[in-house]
Write a protein that binds this ligand. Structure first.
Ligand SMILES: NC(=O)c1ccc[n+]([C@@H]2O[C@H](COP(=O)([O-])OP(=O)(O)OC[C@H]3O[C@@H](n4cnc5c(N)ncnc54)[C@H](O)[C@@H]3O)[C@@H](O)[C@H]2O)c1
Length: 229
């Protein structure tokens, strides 16, 4: 398994944890917005493992403001990490799968925000909706080569991306941090609970290991019922 991240230390710590559990992982330093980084990282992973059968396009950032307070640079930064990153990793991986004889699966990390909107998150919601379109196109183009493409759409998971936005949303909305958690983030769930990393990992393993090409071009929402489709 190759773990790619713009933060080398983050990639190394995940790879080290996987290796400590008996897996085999390498860490790659990669800015998913930079084509050369992506291509070099893909080449390194292929050289190490012989093939990359599963691509998980997961890198993401969040910036919270009202639309009119976003600078163009912030807007483009969020879109770029999510959409340029998904495009470039997909392009590099598809070229590899062509020479490998086809087959394989892509998982895009969407969000409930691929389906719903929240105030203060214009570029993030736009990008996560955009991933749905990319997934459907790549599912259509890849089908004859046995390539499946699906999107995982989690509700709120307690990661640094979420922890950072709690105080910012509290200020922007004029409410307490506890109210951000219980009303804004979890208010629409059925049980007031965060989705967990383990929940998302279960869905990823299930989607990646699905035994036929029947399951492609789909999105699976894992959000404690926040969004029902
Ligand atoms: N946490 C949630 O509630 C939640 C919900 C739905 C979807 N997601 C999505 O899950 C994915 C992972 O988010 P997370 O919550 O684990 O956040 P996180 O901040 O913990 O992890 C995001 C990772 O992306 C990396 N990254 C950022 N910019 C990058 C770049 N240009 N190139 C390569 N790596 C880059 C960061 O270094 C970080 O390790 C994101 O796509 C996010 O939108 C998160």
């Amino acid at each position: 398994m190759a773990i790619a991240d713009i933060s080398s230390s983050a990639a190394k710590s995940v790879a080290t944890a996987i290796n400590a559990e008996g897996g085999t992982a390498i860490a790659l330093s990669m800015d998913v917005r930079v084509e050369r980084d992506v291509n070099d990282g893909m080449a390194t992973a292929i050289a190490r493992f012989g093939a990359v059968d599963i691509l998980v396009s997961n890198a993401g950032i969040q910036i919270v403001h009202a639309v009119e307070s976003f600078t163009l640079e912030e807007w483009q930064r969020v879109l770029s990490v999510h959409l340029d990153g998904a495009f470039l990793t997909t392009k590099a991986w598809l070229a590899h799968r062509k020479t490998a004889g086809g087959g394989g699966t892509i998982l895009y990390m969407g969000s409930v925000h691929s389906k719903e909107a929240s105030a203060l998150k214009a570029p993030y919601v736009t990008a996560k909706h955009g991933l749905m379109g990319l997934a459907k196109v790549v599912a259509k183009e890849g089908a004859t080569r046995g390539i499946r493409v699906n999107v995982i759409c989690p509700g709120f998971v307690r990661t640094p991306l979420v922890d950072e936005q709690i105080p910012k949303q509290a200020v922007a909305l004029g409410i307490t941090e506890q109210a951000v958690v219980s009303n804004v983030m979890l208010g629409e769930t059925l049980d007031g609970e965060f989705t967990t990393l383990e929940d998302v990992a279960e869905v990823a393993v299930w989607l990646a290991s699905f035994p036929s090409n029947a399951l492609t071009g789909q999105s699976i929402v894992v959000s404690h019922g926040w969004h029902m489709q």
